[in-house]
Ligand binder design. Structure first.
Ligand SMILES: [Zn+2]
Ligand SMILES: [Zn+2]
Length: 131
């Protein structure tokens, strides 16, 4: 019986980046416009990466903390900014961008929570280009 071909390399399986996962990660980190999975898929379709692969790898990247997610208009968006931050969105053009939190993060930590795991703050209005 041949030995089963199990790879026990130096790199833990969870840390291993496949070429597709790397491309998906790079796309989120380089565009920083809070894309949906469909928008990332559209960008990467020349590379032949399918929508199911995009979804699967985005979930993995979000689980291991490489990227974060933000829900916007009922859709899950992917965020390159891993620091605690707020968002502002334009109700006319739908653009979503990062804003600093109005209070220092230290003050939020004094909220009575042992640990702040997630901050959700979205300001809605009309942006300067649409006004
Ligand atoms: Zn606008
Ligand atoms: Zn953001």
């Amino acid at each position: 019986m041949p030995e089963p071909n199990v790879q026990r390399g130096e790199t833990a399986p969870a840390r291993r980046m496949t070429r597709q996962k790397q491309a998906i990660y790079d796309n989120v980190m380089n565009r920083c416009d809070h894309p949906t999975a469909q928008e990332i898929h559209h960008d990467l379709s020349p590379l032949g990466i399918g929508l199911a692969t995009v979804y699967r790898n985005l979930t993995l990247l979000a689980q291991d903390g490489s990227i974060t997610t933000v829900e916007h208009e009922g859709e899950l968006r992917y965020d390159c900014n891993n620091e605690a931050h707020g968002h502002a969105t334009c109700t006319a053009c739908g653009r979503l961008w990062d804003i600093p939190l109005p209070a220092p993060y230290d003050a939020i930590e004094a909220s009575g929570l042992v640990d702040v795991e997630q901050v959700e703050l979205t300001l809605r209005g009309v942006c300067t280009s649409c006004a």
